[in-house]
Design a protein around this ligand. Structure first.
Ligand code: ATP
Ligand code: MG
Length: 410
């Protein structure tokens, strides 16, 4: 059993709205062992939609479509499905009664455009919509089962959970398709690929693949089959990945770096201060994402100018003059200064060139110096990141959090 997911709406193809329904559907279908072979994003256009339904129904056993079920004339999903099925639209008595009742509860007569929503392709069943007006559709097209749900996010989720997933579960034996994600930072993708090479080989089960997000590399492990077997395979691979990548692994699933740093700070009852230049407060802002960080985070300073580094952090003017603001001695002095000023157990400092201008051959755009300081001493590191200003800031903030994490987990 495999599925095609159709996301319907002109605001999706014009780029006004990002299609996020497809991934929610893929996860929900994957969780019951139905892989998705394709996503399609489609305009509200009768001929194209009818053709897409027909194509999807030949390529897959399950088609799930969202959007275009509303009351307006540009909502064409039910017309298109009827056309693909080669049947007329008929008013469904129960769906009509639901709409009448909804209109009565508002003290208004049912408008002609809303009445259209009670029409379903002959032979299909409306899916009740307890929180909106548009019913969904449950139909057969060729040998495929087709579900249409509204585009409104709450209604889509409700129908998916209450009708589509239970209906598919009832139809197929319980198989699952599960993903486990091991999150890493610090091992470059090429090296990571070498270390995990045999696990990532084509055709191997479970499948292991990597995805990069601003310096963080996620290792996704994907297994399908009977639940127990899939879970056992995932467990074994996750343990192996963790073993091979060691300290680069910072978490799993939805763990963010800041969550891990906050947890370590709390466990160690340690306080922290942050001194930032090119990241402009991003490191502190990430830490503040985590509830309860007030127990650990004492202050974050954005010392952007040389003068501010001197005045707020006590960086010696001589260091700035001799080495420049983006240098190891200044990063160290910033971390030590921040720690002393705040009276914190630890401090991290970031100073770099986010670009697009300001680079030199010795210090190209993307050069960032970091330092972390605690009672055991101060350690500095340099990175050169590629990319635009926003990307460099984001990577630098992640790298700073990672330095804190490594220091805290020593
Ligand atoms: P109605 O017209 O009654 O609101 P509908 O079924 O026609 O219902 P749409 O008009 O297609 O629904 O979508 C309603 C809203 O839901 C859109 O404006 C958009 O904000 C959101 N939406 C629809 N489809 C998606 C999608 N694939 N991903 C993310 N958001 C979506
Ligand atoms: Mg609509």
């Amino acid at each position: 059993v495999r599925a095609v997911v159709l996301s319907i709406g002109s605001e999706l193809v014009t780029g006004l709205t990002l299609d996020t329904h497809a991934r929610e559907m893929a996860r929900a279908l994957g969780a019951i062992g139905i892989p998705v072979v394709r996503f399609e994003v489609l305009d509200d256009c009768l001929e194209e939609l009818a053709a897409a339904f027909a194509r999807a129904a030949t390529d897959a056993d399950v088609v799930v479509a969202s959007g275009g079920l509303g009351p307006t004339l540009d909502d064409l999903t039910r017309d298109a499905l009827a056309r693909a099925m080669g049947v007329p639209l008929e008013t469904h008595p129960e769906a009509a009664a639901h709409l009448e009742a909804w209109a009565r509860s508002r003290g208004r007569p049912l408008s002609e455009s809303h009445r259209r929503q009670a029409a379903v392709p002959r032979g299909s069943t409306p899916i009740p919509n307890p929180i909106g007006t548009a019913p969904g559709l449950d139909a057969c097209l060729g040998r495929a089962r087709v579900f249409c749900v509204p585009g409104v996010p709450g209604e889509m989720r409700r129908m998916l959970a209450d009708h589509v997933i239970p209906a598919l579960k009832a139809q197929a034996p319980e198989r699952v398709s599960l993903v486990r994600t091991v999150r890493t930072l610090g091992v470059p993708e090429s090296i990571l690929g070498d270390r995990l090479g045999d696990l990532m080989a084509r055709g191997r089960r479970p499948t292991v693949a990597t995805a990069v997000h601003v310096g963080i590399i996620d290792v996704h492990i994907h297994a399908s089959g009977p639940r127990e077997e899939a879970e056992r395979l995932l467990e074994a691979d996750a343990a192996e990945v963790r073993r091979r990548l060691g300290r680069a692994v910072f978490g799993e699933g939805d763990d963010r770096l800041e969550d891990i740093v906050a947890r370590l700070l709390a466990q160690r009852r340690a306080t922290v201060a942050v001194a930032e230049s090119c990241t402009g407060g991003l490191v502190a802002a990430k830490l503040v994402n985590v509830p309860g960080i007030s127990e650990s985070l004492l202050e974050g300073l954005v010392t952007y100018s040389d003068e501010s580094k001197v005045r707020r952090l006590g960086v010696p003017e001589r260091l700035l003059a001799e080495h420049g603001a983006v240098s190891e001695p200044v990063a160290r002095a910033m971390a030590e200064g921040a720690r002393a000023q705040a009276g914190a157990d630890l401090a991290v400092a970031v100073t770099g060139i986010a670009g697009p201008s300001g680079g030199t051959p010795q210090k190209p755009v993307g050069t960032v110096w970091f330092a972390v300081s605690d009672v055991r001493g101060t350690e500095a590191a340099r990175e050169v990141f590629l990319g635009d200003r926003i990307h460099i800031r984001e990577r630098a903030a992640n790298a700073a959090l990672n330095m804190l994490r490594l220091r805290l987990s020593e």
